[in-house]
Design a protein around this ligand. Structure first.
Ligand code: NAP
Length: 236
């Protein structure tokens, strides 16, 4: 393991990513966030710094822009060569108001492009750097198993694909002796913009989730290939 504790959290200008960046920062990690808007990034950085967090900077990543991801990965390698943890957090809900029959092709494509294709492209591009530092990759996701209570097609399909990416990479890393640990983390229902700031019983806030995630990251254990539930899905 590299000595430096540097984490890059995607989509950390708000929501769960912000909570994760904050609580990893409070536990001693140096933090890099990604955002796709300069003002939103700067606002988040100002808030993190006001909490005493060591923020190294931000990188502009739009997960729908594959060429931009390549450029961003190069920039990350140059600016943060000691990166040891990638948190793939950025994601979109897709249209959660429709059943599968009424889901639009454009929505399926966009949700897969962001949650799966973009996440895959960024992860792939950063593997050499993370391997060099014997680092870790944590994917923020939901279970692949389809819940009878909640199953928006575009979203759950994109997350199942993201979970497959984790499982495949974990096996490949082990088989090729690549010094990277990858695992998935389900934060559980969390009140954020993604769900219209829903706050039903069983929902948690980004502080609670960020803190529990930081405890997991700092637990000193191996989690290769695991699917870890911070909080379970609520039965409605
Ligand atoms: N909230 C929950 O209950 C829940 C439960 C399980 C898993 N998750 C997962 O947790 C992660 C974070 O979700 P959240 O609830 O915190 O949502 P959120 O508050 O909407 O935050 C999403 C973050 O992702 C960024 N993002 C959106 N589209 C992007 C794109 N095309 N390229 C790059 N970044 C993009 C957003 O940036 P902008 O501000 O620029 O839009 C924002 O920083 C997601 O992967 C989600 O699937 C959430």
């Amino acid at each position: 393991m590299a000595n430096e504790k540097i984490v890059l959290v995607t989509g950390a200008n708000k929501g769960i990513g912000f909570g994760i960046a904050k609580h990893l920062g409070l536990s001693g990690w140096k933090v890099v966030i990604t955002a796709r808007d300069e003002q939103r990034a700067e606002n988040a950085i100002a808030q993190l710094k006001s909490e005493g967090i060591d923020v190294l900077g931000w990188v502009n990543i739009e997960l729908k822009d594959l060429e931009g991801i390549e450029r961003a990965a190069k920039e990350i390698g140059e600016r943060f060569p000691e990166l040891t943890l990638l948190v793939n957090n950025a994601g979109i809900p897709g249209d959660m108001s429709v059943n599968s029959e009424n889901t639009k092709l454009s929505d399926i494509r966009e949700t897969l492009d962001v949650n799966f294709v973009g996440t895959w492209a960024l992860t792939k591009a950063l593997v050499p750097l993370i391997a060099q530092n014997s680092g870790r990759i944590a994917n923020i996701t939901v279970p692949s198993e389809i819940s009878p209570y909640w199953h928006p097609l575009a979203y759950v399909a994109s997350k199942a694909a993201q979970n497959a990416l984790m499982g495949v990479m974990a096996i490949e890393f082990q088989q090729s002796n690549t010094p990277i640990e990858i695992f998935s983390v389900h934060p559980g229902p969390t009140t954020t913009d993604l769900n219209g700031n829903m706050s039903l019983p069983g929902f948690h806030d980004i502080e609670t989730v960020g803190q529990k995630f930081a405890e997991l990251i700092n637990d000193g254990k191996s989690h290769q290939g695991e699917f870890i539930e911070l909080y379970p899905i609520v039965k409605e």
